[in-house]
Structure formats: structure tokens, C-alpha cells
Design a protein around this ligand. Structure first.
Ligand code: BGC
Length: 942
């Protein structure tokens, strides 16, 4: 269909109208959340923070007051009785961080809540729809459940193990079977409510009367089990029945004792579970059913279950209805009770892992007889769900990979030791059997299917994507299909790697919480999904992994020890700051703050009085750069300076004035030392000498193989100095020129690794060279984002050269999220959406009109509500529509040759309602706007 300009405008107006109507109808507060989650079950924060979102198309809409009601039952809430808390009318524009201040909350309290607000004219809204949360077990003493498991099967497997099978070897893996534990119990009175709590040193699925108590996966996540373990809580009132009941659990190794990196048994040999069911009766009495010595155990159909290696399930060995009431378990063994580890049990602060999407095969090929390859069209993390009619004992295997070999068979050369195979042994008997592995996941786009007796179709195996279940928080689309593809690839790369902890990759036998990668892509992630609760959890992992001397570990939970890792360690400062800056989460910053201070104190000591790094300091540098390592001293000083600056800002935000002054002074000293040591009069940056004999890389990998001063890796040194504010204006100008020259010397390509790339585009914007940034963004030759896509990537890769023959297969993930950082730049520059200060109270809308595009639409659901920009240009006409949530204001930069050509809603912009002309800057008219929706246009684009 060919639309004229006029009809396009009409269409746009209609869309906006319908958008506005939707806003008008939704003027009551919405999206209620408690501790950054929707209706969380089982929290242990006793003054949980509540938040909501206001939406209104009205200009200048704001909240002048709110009232929160929290009730102990939904019936009371419906009658407007806040028996737990009635905040009364509070004069405030705050819509988040509203700390509960009602009656003290105790374990298992059910809390139902709603909120209403008053607008700027004093008019009240309707009450919001109700939301809820409930409390988990608050005191360790309330846990009556004991850690149980069953150690005999592992001991037997170990005894039977051949002595030469000690190393990880895909063909002779040591994979002791998961165990099942169960108990029966009676319910003979009317049940008022029932609450179940479960924690695992390992992974568990809990069953009550035959059904899984939730659709969560990987309960209860990964922590440093020496220090803490998390519990999940569930309201299971509706799952009980009168008479016989059955409670059971499957216990698998998971991160606790299964394979992680290149070893197993990282925290212990025998996984454990702790379960407690509290049944409260209508007559006021109650009972607790909890794990303990009376439980029974057995091995069932699940014969192997390992996160990296995969599962094996023999449906013929299904132990009948062991999860059902009345099952006769007298032949079952007893349980092993207790654990050498004695971590404290807390409520899990983040969302659980769940199935987040499904993919069906787009093509099915048969590269050799009986071997089928399913192409699901998208690389992601998860498992296959198999459905078939088989014969008894028929063995069907699903093996997973990210790419194919040239002959069409599965490529697994980049998976290191991960076996990534799930095997199902059919029960047979004419039944349709469906099976989905529960305690493993893989990173894949292709599934190799063997053992079938018929050709599979698109329903035989469905790809189930798993990931921490977070709400989508934004989108980007524009006229260039390549950038749309890039934004989809970024979305899936991030989703694949948020699996209770942020992981470097989902496919090979590594999958660690490498801190640099997570820190680098974190801000981009905030624009894709709501990561606040997820990172609240991970900030604790980072803190748990901090060394006694203050040094942060390069992975969290810590799995490779602590070694000098500037650019990784700094996650301990950058990540809490980012959570505060994005979500205004003061508590997260406050609790991380002491650790941040200890880290900077440690860095200061490490560098000594001159504040320059010792010449023999062994570190990794700009990881996976394109033969362009950065001098290590420049690299680590740049990060030291950056973290110090952020700490100063954090101290300021927390009102710690003295600290702020102290860290400001330290930053200035580092900056002076940096300039003195490395910056020449003509704005060049030169690294210091490496001491002869100093070994470059501290671990295997090829990110740091060369001495950059000799071979000229130039870009990152300028990028970091510019982005981290280490140069005064005159030097920055000169350094900027050197940077652009270094890009030109690479034929207008980047040569940066994960650290440099994160800041490269920001640095170019900072020096006013978006023209160069656009060029890099649209490149599709090596190395570039476009090259990933042109080479068949549907997620972003670990290495720029991933598809080239020289790429080391043992470190060549096709689903690595550090290069996703560019999405932040896209949202903030092409979309033009930035926060001016923390948490989007004041917003900057300054879209950069990429000459390669004719339109772009960017949406971001900020902590204060939806921010949206759409711009299009046609025959030198620019249209820019902007939506800003209530309680915020924005400065909007409308590109225009002169101010007189800028209109809003068809009127000269300066005269439009809610719009005030401020100034002219950088080829744009700058207008202050109140919240609401605006339609700017300008007749010329400079
Ligand atoms: C990981 C990276 C990580 C690096 C640091 C790699 O194996 O995949 O993402 O940052 O090691 O050593």
C-alpha cells in the first residue's frame, strides 16, 4: 500500500489519539510493585518499598499526594480497610521507594494493597487494581525443616567409577542420579491457608499432591552457598485436600555439586533440600510438615541431570505415582540429614527463572540417515520439549548447538566440555509421551535429534527459552532492517544470559557471572527488561565475593578466585551505581556503599602514593580487542579514576558530604597522575613500559596478547580517557582527533574489545562526532555489529571474528552480551532518551538524526512511567513526537535550522501549552516541557 504524506499524518494522529485515549482511561495508578517485583511471594524485607506508575496524556500531569492501603485480606482491601497500613493522604510526588510503615510484618503475612493519588489540581484518582505480596520466613529459628537428600546413590556411583574417569570427559562423565524425597501427611480439618517454603543446596522441584507447586525453574538459584542460600515461598492453600496428602521433591546437583566451568562438586558433593509446609486450619490450629529424618528417598526415572551436560530420563523407571497421596513408599530408603554447609537462608530477592518463550523449527533437515537437524531460527538459552509416541526403551537424544558445520551437521566445537545432550528413553505402549528436561539448559539455535523412527515435524520438539522472568521494558525500531535485527539480537543475548545470575554465555562449559561482561551490558539491559530485582540479587553476590582486603572478584558468585582484574573488579562500584542511577534505588546503593569504599581504599593502596600502577601488575585489559590491546597501566588507571568518580557521586547522592570531598580529591589526583604519566602535549596517550619479563595475560584467552605501545592499539586508550572525563577540554579535543584518526586508520572500523566498545560510541558523541558513531553502527564488514548479523548471528558474539577461521573455538561463544552495550547508545542517541540526574525525574530528549534513517521509534518504561520518542524525516521535514510520564519534566532538543520553523501541535513551539523555549544549542531549539505528549515538527534539518 502506498500512503501519501497526508494520509500518513492522519494515521499518525489517529495512533496518537488512540494512545491518548488509552492514557485517559488509565489515569489511575497502575503497574503496582513491591520490592521491584509484581506480587512477590515470600519476601523478607520488613519495610518493603512500594511503587506504581501514573500515565496521563494531559500536559503537566503530576501527583500531588497519595494514599496507600495495605490489608491482611483481599476482602478487607475491597472494603477500603487498610488494617495493616493506611498511609493516609501523603502530600508527595513520590511514586516509588514508598517504604511500608504499618503494623510490623511477621512471617507469612499476606499483604494486599492498593493506592490512589491526587493530581496537581487536588482531584483524586480511583483506587488502583489490588496487588499483593506475602512474607517468607523472617527468622532462621522459624525454619523447622532440615537439610535432607540421599547420599547412597552417589556413593555407589563413585565406587563403581573407573579410576581413569576422574577428569571431565564427555564420554565418561560422572553424573550421579538425582534423588526423589517424599512424605505423606494428613489433613482432616478445614484449611484456612497453607504456605510452603523451599530452599535448595542444588536445584529442586517441589510437588504437592502430584503437581509442581510452581512453574519456576532452577529453584532456589545460585549463591555462594557457603554464606547464603535463598528460599522461595508459595501459597499452596488450593493444593491441599482432605485426608491423605503427599509432599515430594526432586533434588539435582545444579550449581552446587554439578559441573560449573571445568569441575564439579564446587560447594559440596551431596545436594540438599529444605522444605517446610505450614498448614493453618479454620479452627485456629496449625501444623507444620517439614523435611526431616522421617522422609523417604529413591532414585526415579531421572538418571542424570546436570546444568551443563544435560539430562537422561528413563520413562520406564518412573516410580509410579510417588508424588501422589497414598503412594506406598515402604520400600524406599531413608534420607541423609544435615549438611556440612550451614548457610543462612534468606528469601530470594529476584524473580525466578521460567519459560519465557517458545520457538518451533523453521526447517528440519536430515544431514545423514536418522539424524535430524531442527533450525529454530533464533539462538537462545533453554531446552527442547519432546513429544512423541515411542516403543518401550526407544532412546531419543536431543543435542544442541549454535551453528552448523558446512555439511549441515551440528557444530559443537565451541562448547568445551559441555555435553549438552538430553536423552529420553520411552515408556512406549502406544502413549503420547511429552518430556522437558528440568535441571539443565543449553545455548542453541539448532537441535540434533536422533533415535526417532519417523521424520519429526515442527511439533516433535519445541524449543523452550528459559531465563529470569522479567518484564519487558522497552523497544527500538527504525527504517534500517539491520538495526532492527540488531535490537532483536541484543534482546535475546541479554535474555539468554540472565539465568538467576548474569552469565557470560549459556552454551559452553563456563557460564560464570563474569563481572565485566555483566557490568558492561547492564545499562543496555535496563532498556530491554526491568532488571532491578535481578541485579538487587546479584549485588549481594558481588558483595559476598569481595575479598577481605576490599578487592572485588572477577566472577560473582566467586568461582575463579580473586586476582587483579581492573575493568572486572569495578563492577562492585559501577553496578550498584547503575541501579541507583536507573531506578533511584537508594537502599541498594546504601548497602553496597561500604564495600565500594573498601574497594577504592584497596585500589589506592595497590597503586601507592604516586597513584600509578606498579609496572609488574598483571591484569587483563580491554578484553577481546581486535589486535589492539591497551597499555595495561593506562587501562587500570582509567578504571580506578572512573570508579573513584562514581564513588564520589554515590557519596553525594547519599548525603555523605565528607566522603564526597575526599573522593573528589582522590579523583583529581588520579587524573593529574594520569595526565602527567601518559598524556603528551599534543593530546596523545602513551602507556608506560611493561617491565621486561612481565607476563602479559594472567589466564588463557587471547584478549591481551600484545604490548599495545609497540603495535599501536589506539582506540580504547582515547575512548576511556574521554568517556571517563580524564582530560581537560583542550586535551580532550586533541585526543578526540587522535581517536578519529585511529578509527580512520582501521578503515573506519572499531578495534576495541568489550571495555572499549562500551565507551566508544559515548566518547564519539562526547566529542561531537556522531557522524563517526553512525558510520560504525551501520558497518557490516568485520569488525562490526552488522558483521555478526551478516554472518548469520541472531544473538551477539563473544568475539568480533567469531565466524572467521582464526577464531579460537574454545573461546568462541555466539551468545555473549558485552557487545550489547551499544543498545544504550542507540536508545540515548537515536532515540534521544536520557536521564538528567538519577531516575528520570528530569529527562533529556535529544534525538540524533542519523542520516541513514528515515524514522526511529524508541520506547522505555522507566521507573516513573513510559518515555517514548518517534521521529521521521521526509523531504527535510522532521516530525518528532515525545511522551513524558507524569511528575517529570524534559528538555527537548528539536533539530532545526532556526527556531522559527519549530512547531508543536501546529503552533509555534514556544507558544504551545506546556512548552517553553529555553535556548538554541547544537543546531537544535531547546524547549522545556511538562509531562505529556507532544508533536513537534521543524521544517528543516540542519
Ligand atoms: C569469559 C569472558 C570473561 C573473560 C575474562 C571469558 O572466558 O567468557 O566473558 O570476561 O573470560 O577472563
Amino acid at each position: 500500500m502506498h500512503l501519501t504524506n497526508v494520509s500518513k499524518r492522519i494515521l499518525r494522529c489517529l495512533t496518537i489519539l488512540s494512545l491518548n485515549t488509552a492514557f485517559l482511561q488509565a489515569s489511575t495508578p497502575g503497574k503496582l510493585r513491591c520490592e521491584a517485583r509484581a506480587n512477590p511471594a515470600g519476601i523478607d524485607v520488613t519495610t518493603p518499598r512500594l511503587s506504581w506508575i501514573l500515565q496521563s496524556a494531559e500536559r503537566g500531569a503530576r501527583q500531588s499526594a497519595y494514599q496507600v492501603l495495605v490489608a491482611s485480606s483481599s476482602a478487607k482491601l475491597a472494603k477500603d480497610q487498610g488494617d495493616l497500613w493506611d498511609s493516609g493522604k501523603v502530600e508527595s510526588a513520590d511514586t516509588f521507594n514508598i517504604a511500608y510503615a504499618g503494623s510490623p510484618l511477621v512471617s507469612e503475612n499476606r499483604c494486599y494493597w492498593k493506592v490512589r493519588t491526587w493530581d496537581g489540581t487536588g482531584k483524586p484518582s480511583a483506587w488502583s487494581a489490588p496487588a499483593s505480596w506475602f512474607m517468607g520466613l523472617l527468622k532462621p529459628s522459624e525454619w523447622q525443616g532440615q537439610w535432607i537428600g540421599w547420599d547412597a546413590p552417589r556413593a555407589a556411583a563413585e565406587a563403581a567409577r573407573s579410576p581413569d574417569a576422574k577428569a571431565v570427559n564427555k564420554d565418561s562423565l560422572f553424573l550421579p542420579p538425582p534423588v526423589q524425597v517424599r512424605t505423606g501427611f494428613q489433613v482432616d480439618k478445614q484449611v484456612q491457608r497453607a504456605t510452603l517454603h523451599a530452599a535448595a543446596l542444588g536445584l529442586t522441584d517441589i510437588y504437592l499432591n502430584g503437581k509442581r507447586v510452581s512453574d519456576d525453574s532452577f529453584t532456589s538459584g545460585w549463591t555462594d552457598y557457603h554464606q547464603r542460600v535463598y528460599a522461595r515461598s508459595y501459597d499452596v492453600t488450593g493444593m491441599l485436600r482432605q485426608g491423605d496428602n503427599a509432599l515430594g521433591a526432586v533434588i539435582a546437583d545444579g550449581w552446587f555439586s554439578g559441573h560449573v566451568l571445568n569441575a564439579r562438586d564446587g560447594y559440596g558433593k551431596n545436594p540438599r533440600v529444605q522444605v517446610q509446609l505450614h498448614v493453618e486450619y479454620a479452627d485456629g490450629s496449625s501444623t507444620v510438615v517439614a523435611t526431616g529424618p522421617a522422609w523417604k528417598s529413591a532414585v526415579g526415572a531421572l538418571q542424570e541431570a546436570d546444568l551443563l551436560m544435560g539430562e537422561t530420563y528413563d520413562a520406564r523407571a518412573e516410580t509410579g505415582k510417588w508424588r501422589e497421596p497414598g503412594f506406598d513408599d515402604h520400600t524406599w530408603a531413608g534420607v541423609s540429614v544435615g549438611s556440612p554447609l550451614n548457610p543462612t537462608v534468606h528469601a530470594h530477592p529476584g524473580e525466578p527463572v521460567r519459560a519465557i518463550a517458545e520457538f518451533k523449527a523453521k526447517t528440519i533437515t536430515q544431514p545423514s540417515p536418522g539424524v535430524y537437524i531442527l533450525d529454530l531460527g533464533q539462538n537462545f538459552a533453554g531446552v527442547g520439549r519432546l513429544t512423541l509416541k515411542g516403543t518401550p526403551g526407544q532412546k531419543v537424544a536431543m543435542r544442541y548447538g549454535e551453528r552448523l558445520k558446512p555439511d549441515g551437521t551440528l557444530y559443537t566445537g565451541n562448547l568445551r566440555d559441555a555435553r549438552v545432550t538430553d536423552t529420553y528413553i520411552c515408556r512406549g505402549g502406544g502413549l503420547i509421551e511429552t518430556w522437558q528436561p528440568r535441571f539443565t539448559y543449553h545455548g542453541f539455535r539448532f537441535i540434533e535429534l536422533t533415535g526417532l523412527t519417523h521424520k519429526p515435524d515442527a511439533d516433535t520438539v519445541v524449543g523452550v527459552a528459559l531465563g529470569t522472568d522479567m518484564a519487558r521494558a522497552g523497544s527500538f525500531s527504525c527504517s534500517d532492517p539491520m538495526l532492527n535485527q540488531l535490537s532483536n539480537a541484543i534482546y535475546w543475548t541479554l535474555r539468554s544470559n540472565y539465568m538467576d545470575v548474569p552469565t557470560d554465555c549459556p552454551q559452553r562449559s563456563e557460564r560464570l557471572g563474569w563481572t565485566a561482561d555483566a557490568m558492561i551490558s547492564m545499562r543496555a539491559a535496563t532498556f530491554n527488561t526491568d532488571v532491578q530485582a535481578f541485579f538487587t540479587k546479584w549485588l549481594v553476590d558481588i558483595a559476598d565475593a569481595q575479598g577481605k582486603n576490599g578487592q572485588f572478584a572477577p566472577t560473582a558468585p566467586s568461582r575463579v578466585g580473586i586476582f587483579n582484574s581492573p575493568g572486572w573488579e569495578d563492577a562492585g562500584v559501577i553496578c550498584p551505581w547503575t541501579i541507583y542511577a536507573t531506578y533511584g534505588d537508594r537502599r541498594a546503593l546504601e548497602s553496597a556503599y561500604p564495600g565500594m569504599v573498601r574497594f577504592i581504599d584497596y585500589c589506592e593502596k595497590r597503586f601507592g602514593p604516586g597513584l600509578v600502577p606498579p609496572a609488574d601488575l598483571q591484569i587483563m585489559d580491554d578484553w577481546l580487542n581486535v589486535s589492539a590491546g591497551t597499555p595495561k597501566d593506562v587501562f587500570c588507571m582509567a578504571y580506578f579514576a572512573h570508579s573513584t568518580k562514581l564513588l564520589e557521586t554515590a557519596a553525594e547522592a547519599l548525603g555523605k558530604r565528607e566522603d564526597a570531598v575526599k573522593f573528589h580529591a582522590l579523583f583529581e589526583r588520579i587524573k593529574a597522575a594520569f595526565n602527567h604519566e601518559y598524556v603528551t602535549d599534543d593530546g596523545r596517550i602513551q602507556g608506560g613500559e611493561l617491565k621486561p619479563g612481565a607476563k602479559a595475560p594472567t589466564r588463557a584467552g587471547d584478549g591481551v596478547v600484545e604490548d599495545a605501545r609497540l603495535k599501536g592499539g589506539l582506540q580504547t586508550r582515547y575512548v576511556l580517557a574521554i568517556a571517563f572525563g580524564l582530560l581537560d577540554a583542550d586535551k580532550q579535543k586533541l585526543a578526540g582527533e587522535h581517536l578519529v584518526k585511529a578509527i580512520e586508520e582501521r578503515d573506519w572500523h572499531l578495534s576495541t574489545g568489550i571495555h572499549g566498545t562500551k565507551e566508544l560510541m559515548n566518547a564519539l558523541t562526547k566529542i561531537g562526532r556522531n557522524d563517526v558513531a553512525f558510520r560504525l553502527l551501520h558497518n557490516d564488514t568485520y569488525p562490526s555489529w552488522g558483521f555478526f548479523l551478516k554472518s548469520g548471528g541472531t544473538t551477539l558474539w563473544e568475539r568480533w571474528n567469531g565466524s572467521l577461521p582464526e577464531a579460537d573455538p574454545s573461546m568462541n561463544s555466539f551468545n555473549h552480551y558485552a557487545f550489547c552495550a551499544v543498545y544504550q547508545w542507540m536508545v540515548e542517541n537515536i532515540g534521544g532518551i536520557r536521564s538528567d540526574g538519577p531516575a528520570y525525574k528530569k529527562i533529556l530528549i535529544a534525538p540524533q538524526i542519523d542520516p541513514n534513517l528515515t524514522h526511529a521509534e524508541t520506547r522505555y518504561d522507566s521507573i516513573r512511567g513510559r518515555i517514548e520518542t518517534r521521529w521521521s524525516k521526509e523531504d527535510q521535514q522532521l516530525s518528532l513526537s515525545v511522551t513524558i510520564p507524569p511528575n517529570t519534566t524534559a528538555d527537548v532538543f528539536v533539530p532545526a535550522v532556526e527556531n522559527s520553523v519549530v512547531t508543536e501541535g501546529g503552533r509555534p513551539a514556544g507558544m504551545a501549552e506546556g512548552v517553553k523555549f529555553l535556548r538554541r544549542e547544537s543546531g537544535a531549539g531547546v524547549y522545556a516541557v511538562q509531562s505529556g505528549h507532544y508533536e513537534f515538527s521543524s521544517s528543516c534539518i540542519p
